[in-house]
Design a binder for this molecule. Structure first.
Ligand code: ADP
Length: 299
């Protein structure tokens, strides 16, 4: 057999290093992710339907119940989690084990691209950072032991959900946020089909901005035709988690970086939201029970 040339030896060596690095990364990812009991992604067909609002309020509601909760803002182009949790301008801290998430209200551990970048980084620079950043958010962040990690994915069916699905095949499921005006279109159905194709289980659909409850007289007014979310979910064979009305408390609390679900529990939005929380909670408990290793039964 002929001897290998120097170039072939070099290539072989380079490939060996590459495979070693990939294996190391995989182990690191597994080591970090094994400490997180539940991973839940939140998606929507398009922007502005309240996806980030639902994400941070779910995180806050579960944190208030005493769970250890993290939020990963996977929206590299338009991150809004830091603003919604009152963490604008904060930066991550680094230590020997890796990068530490920024502690938010109720001890929620938060990671967003904005904690790494100087403010006002042009959108055009964010694109190339995208895939590497999401991978690193999972591999290099010292999340520690968490009961649940909520992942706020960008709207639509782009590369980010694909990366997350590949890196987290053990994902508990996806929550689809929609609003009544979006229901007649195929946007939501596309998002559902996309999640199913990626083999991510669907926890259910949340219909946000469903009717308006007057803060003065508590009269409910239908701005868009509500109730379609339940029907759409039924038609698509997925669960309906609940609907949240348009409520000025939501916007005012968001501007102050506070989650309405815990800041104003008496508001119409928070009361409606508690149904969503209860449904997500029972989904996770039921799934945990179902996946629990069965004890060996000796004959
Ligand atoms: P997305 O993440 O889907 O782009 P956001 O969560 O950023 O949407 O919400 C978009 C805007 O709508 C924000 O200003 C938010 O405060 C407001 N909003 C969301 N849900 C409600 C609601 N139920 N009532 C009133 N305002 C809401």
């Amino acid at each position: 057999m002929s001897e290998m040339t120097d170039e072939q030896k070099l290539r072989l060596e380079r490939n060996r290093h590459l495979i070693e690095k990939q294996n190391e990364d995989k182990q690191k990812l597994q080591m970090r992710m094994n400490k997180i009991k539940h991973k839940i992604a939140v998606i929507s067909g398009k922007g502005g339907v309240g996806k980030s609002t639902v994400t941070i309020n779910l995180a806050a509601a579960f944190a208030q119940k005493g769970y250890a909760v993290g939020v990963l803002d996977a929206d590299i182009h338009g991150p809004s989690v830091p603003r919604l949790l009152g963490l604008t301008g904060r930066q991550v801290k680094m230590g020997p084990p890796g990068v530490f998430p920024v502690p938010g209200p109720l001890g929620i551990r938060v990671i967003s691209i904005d904690f790494f970048l100087p403010e006002e980084v042009p959108t055009i620079w964010r694109g190339p950072l995208k895939m590497g950043a999401i991978r690193q958010f999972l591999e290099d962040i010292v999340w520690g032991d968490l009961d649940m990690l909520f992942i706020d994915l960008p709207p639509g069916t782009g590369d980010e959900p694909l990366t997350i699905a590949q890196l987290l095949p053990e994902m508990d499921g996806v929550i689809v946020v929609t609003m009544p005006s979006e229901l007649s279109s195929t946007i939501v159905k596309k998002a559902i089909t996309f999640a199913l194709r990626l083999k991510m289980p669907i926890i259910g659909v949340v219909e946000n901005m469903s009717g308006f409850v007057c803060p003065h007289c508590s009269t409910r007014t239908e701005i868009f035709r509500s109730g379609g979310g339940r029907k759409m979910a039924e038609d698509s064979g997925v669960s309906f988690l609940g609907s949240i009305p348009i409520d000025s408390t939501v916007g005012v609390d968001a501007d102050q970086g506070k989650p309405f679900a815990v800041t104003h529990p008496e508001s119409a939005a928070a009361k409606a939201f508690s149904e969503v929380v209860a449904n997500v909670d029972s989904y996770l408990k039921e799934r945990e029970q179902r996946l629990k290793p069965k004890p060996d039964v000796k004959p």
